[in-house]
Design a protein around this ligand. Structure first.
Ligand code: GDP
Length: 364
């Protein structure tokens, strides 16, 4: 599955947010830096109205949404790349994620200590980004040295790695995170393998006061501007509200959101933003037993999409009976779509489209 790491300075609201996301008290929130010591892992459902519509149409007994994994990563402080605070552990945990949700404190509250004694989310973002870049620089330099022997031995892969590491190094020395480096399509795989921390896509999560949950505040506006400059994404959320909402049932929740002037829970926006950030999309399998959403990266071919369900589906792939979501809905289900000639038999070269309703045929 896809993993999104929640990072941020101590006391910005990471645990509160994580609790809300996973509806557990496992990530203990407390007004104390370094409270979150172990990485906490939680799975969340990806909200998708299409799945509900499909399930109703097919009268599916169970409905299984796509899942996204969030990891609450231990507090980072200035100097983490040099092992301060929980630095090294933090960096190791972040390496294993596909994207970073970076929580920034945009709320004023004199009772909640800020590690640097002031509320300045843009400066906070820089503190963390700098640590990630310093950690990258150190690992890049080590790796460049280690590669030399292989390169002398004529290892082509090592040569390619060296070129990519040099690109990343140049960017970082220029004060820019590795995600700003332009990568050719045929280099993408090797680039990902480098697992550079500052290369991961970032979603800024502005944690604002309850009163500002709908519109944000001056601080979140600054973050939005910064995100825009970096080609990153930002969302406004009130972690405190989200935690309250997470304890309500659906009806209470809608009423509460209405009272607050909110159209949907911030978490739903956050999850969707995370989904977009990772370039993820959804295909569906629909039948009387279950309607289910599956997550793939944009551009995934039919056999690999099948492999998300089971490795055997990919290995023995024959074809995918495919109905576009809109056809399925407008025509009124699988049978009618089929009769209208809208069920396509797609082969190995087919790139799955967002919303496709698929049925795989495979050899065992
Ligand atoms: P973490 O260290 O980043 O995980 O931060 P926590 O989630 O533990 O939150 C630290 C403290 O800030 C806790 O006492 C929270 O109740 C409080 N807090 C979190 N979000 C908000 C918020 O939006 N507004 C206010 N006033 N307090 C918050």
């Amino acid at each position: 599955g896809f993993r999104c790491g929640i990072v941020g300075l101590p006391n910005v609201g990471k645990s509160t947010l994580f609790n809300a996301l996973t509806r557990t008290a496992a990530a203990q929130a407390a007004n104390f830096p370094f409270c979150t010591i172990e990485p906490n892992v939680g799975e969340v459902s990806v909200p998708d109205a299409r799945l509900t519509t499909l399930a109703e149409m097919a009268q599916s007994k169970s409905v299984i949404p796509a899942r996204l994994t969030f990891v609450d990563i231990a507090g980072l402080v200035k100097g983490a790349s040099k092992g301060e605070g929980l630095g090294n552990q933090f960096l190791a945990n972040i390496r294993e994620t596909d994207a970073i949700a970076h929580v920034l404190r945009c709320f004023e509250d004199d009772d909640i200590t800020h590690v640097d004694g002031r509320v300045d989310p843009v400066a906070d973002a820089e503190v963390i980004e700098t640590e990630l870049m310093l950690a990258d620089l150190e690992s890049i330099e080590k790796r460049l040295v280690n590669l030399q022997r292989k390169i002398k031995g004529g290892d082509k892969e090592a040569k390619e790695q060296e070129a990519l590491l040099q690109k990343a190094k140049a960017a970082i020395e220029d004060g820019k995170p590795a995600r700003t480096v332009e990568i050719e399509e045929d280099e993408e795989k090797a680039w990902k393998m480098l697992q550079l921390l500052s290369a991961k896509p970032v979603l800024y999560v502005c944690n604002v006061e309850e009163d500002n949950a709908a519109e944000g505040n001056a601080q979140s506006a600054r973050v939005a501007e910064m995100a825009k400059e970096q080609g990153a994404v930002s969302v406004v959320i009130s972690a405190a509200i989200e935690e309250e909402i997470s304890q309500l049932d659906d009806a209470e929740r809608d009423e509460f959101l209405g009272d607050m002037g909110l159209e949907e829970a911030g978490l739903d926006r956050l999850i969707r933003a995370g989904y977009e950030l990772l370039n993820l999309q959804t295909y569906f399998t629909v039948g009387p037993k279950e309607a289910r959403a599956w997550t793939i990266r944009e551009g995934t071919k039919a056999p690999q999409a099948a492999g998300v369900i089971h490795g055997d589906f990919e290995r023995g792939f024959i074809r995918a009976e495919t109905i576009a979501y809109d056809d399925f809905i407008t025509l009124g289900g699988e049978q009618k779509a089929k009769e209208a000639g809208k069920m396509r038999a797609e082969g190995k070269g087919y790139t799955v489209a967002d919303g496709d309703v698929l049925h795989f045929l495979f050899n065992t």
